[in-house]
Design a protein around this ligand. Structure first.
Ligand code: FAD
Length: 451
């Protein structure tokens, strides 16, 4: 059986890995249009801040290593067309500009997404950047030490935008963080959390210009000099666009069934509407456990799970994509937060009826001094008041307690209720936590509210 995998990021990598793990002699052709395989944008902040020194190490796999495992790796070769009837793809070799066709028995597309360009005048000016992939990582790194860059404007205050803002603030730049939404990280955290983080951002030379729409990139001599919003103008030597994604699927129009935002329609086995063609990763939707409906949630975790599911199905198993909760975590200077599922602030848009409880506590019992790590922790639990089912949670502290959110993710997937969580067994050790874990405390408080 010959399998062609398109795209070398998370989804493509996991597909190849899954095939090799179970059937190492599978004939695999793995295509990447860039000149580097398996760069991980997830590791970009660590590289830009100098924690990871070598940009080339921010990856899962090398072409040499994968070839040694028998995979036919093609770098700088773009798959430009799929002919499902002939089970054939067209490949454009970007090195010598030649074109050829290749046959497949199974085809896996993990073509991902690219940062959305903000459709305003001046978006083609120099020094208007994005934050995704190795090429941008190298360009951004140079700007962190460029003395001509004093003012950096980041557009989009989601987790990628906040990562970018933190990188440049730590590099000594003055940063403006623009978003149309009224709060930074509004899709990840409710206001109780973002109020604290907004103050933290300001304290670190990042100005959150929230609730503002970008109208123009102003330039001089071809270079950006300012960003105009509907409310103000911000001097800018560098602009980073981090305001959403565009599925990389234009080349598949007319071949595959595409849904909203150009995402490839896949069934629960991750098959497209064409036989033997699968799609995974940021150019697809995933089943969202709290609602049972599909959503686009662009995370490496989802792409990896999808890649594994596809590998299993190609090898003859019958696996459906498990519903995910959409869990993510981030550090913002001293704070660490994680969230999963539905938030109070996203419930309406998701068409979900919800109620929430917010709990503030200390990470450890009161007798443990701050010098031993005892510090404040904030937790919010969201549930369906009609059946008490757990729908989501958020946690934040200066101590890293983010892993708690994985327990809530599991509770969502397992359709657990407040009653399950209120008395669930979590360990206690004063060096780590309290006899009643904050998740127990929140569920107990919610049950009381619902009496
Ligand atoms: P992509 O990563 O978009 O990659 C697609 C690849 O396919 C690219 O290399 C592209 O060149 C190639 N390609 C596309 N079309 C073709 C073609 N026709 N022929 C050949 N090659 C092609 N997620 C997390 O879970 N945790 C994190 O901490 C996290 N941090 C992130 C930080 C940043 C800055 C960014 C940008 C993203 C982060 N993500 C994180 C999200 C995660 O990176 C994405 O969800 C993931 O990369 C999606 O993988 P993918 O396989 O769908 O495609």
């Amino acid at each position: 059986m010959k399998v062609i995998v398109v795209g070398s990021s998370h989804g493509g990598f996991e597909t190849v890995r899954g095939l090799l793990a179970e059937k190492p002699d599978t004939e695999i052709q793995w295509y990447e249009k860039g000149d580097f395989i398996s760069f991980l944008s997830c590791g970009m902040q660590l590289y830009l801040e100098g924690v990871v020194k070598n940009v080339n190490s921010v990856r899962y796999a090398t072409a040499k290593g994968m070839r040694a495992k028998g995979v036919n790796v093609f770098v700088h070769q773009e798959v430009t067309h799929v002919d499902p009837d002939k089970h054939q793809v067209t490949v454009h070799n970007l090195d010598d500009d030649s074109t050829r066709t290749e046959n497949y028995d199974k085809l896996v597309l993990s073509a991902g997404a690219v940062p959305a360009t903000i459709p305003v005048p001046g978006n083609d000016l120099q020094n208007v950047y994005a934050m995704r992939g190795r090429d941008w990582a190298i360009k951004l790194k140079a700007k962190t030490v460029d003395p001509d860059v004093e003012n950096v404007t980041v557009i989009g205050a989601g987790y990628i935008g906040v990562e970018a803002a933190e990188v440049f603030a730590k590099a000594g730049k003055h940063v403006t963080l623009i978003d149309m939404l009224p709060r930074p990280l509004a899709l990840y955290l409710d206001q109780e959390f973002t109020d604290i983080l907004t103050e933290t951002l300001k304290a670190h030379n990042i100005y959150p210009a929230s609730g503002q729409a970008v109208k123009e990139f102003v330039g001089q001599n071809g270079k950006v000099t300012a960003v105009k919003t509907d409310q103000a103008e911000y001097p800018s030597d560098l602009v980073i666009q981090a305001a959403g994604l565009k599925a990389n699927t234009d080349w598949l129009k007319g071949t595959l069934e595409l849904g909203k935002k150009g995402l490839v329609n896949v069934n629960d086995h991750l098959e497209t509407n064409q036989p033997d063609v699968y799609a995974v990763g940021d150019s697809t939707e995933v089943p969202f456990a709290p609602t049972g409906k599909k959503r686009q949630i662009a995370l490496a975790t989802n792409a990896r799970r999808q890649g594994r599911v596809v590998a299993k199905n190609i090898l003859g198993h019958d696996m459906t994509m498990p519903a995910i909760s959409g869990s993510s975590a981030l550090s913002v200077f001293d704070y660490h937060f994680a969230s999963t599922g539905v938030k109070q602030g996203t419930a309406d848009a998701l068409g979900v009826k919800s109620a929430s409880v917010f709990v503030t506590d200390t990470t450890q019992p009161p007798f443990v001094p701050e010098t031993a790590g005892n510090t404040k922790v904030y937790f919010k639990l969201t549930y369906d008041p009609s059946n008490k089912r757990i729908l989501g949670a958020q946690i934040m502290s200066k101590r890293d307690v983010t892993a708690n959110i994985n327990a809530i993710s599991l509770a969502i997937q397992g359709k657990m209720t407040l009653n399950d969580l209120a008395y669930a067994d979590f360990f206690f050790q004063p060096g780590f936590d309290r006899p009643w874990n904050i998740m127990n405390v929140a569920a107990q408080k919610a049950l009381k509210n619902e009496q």
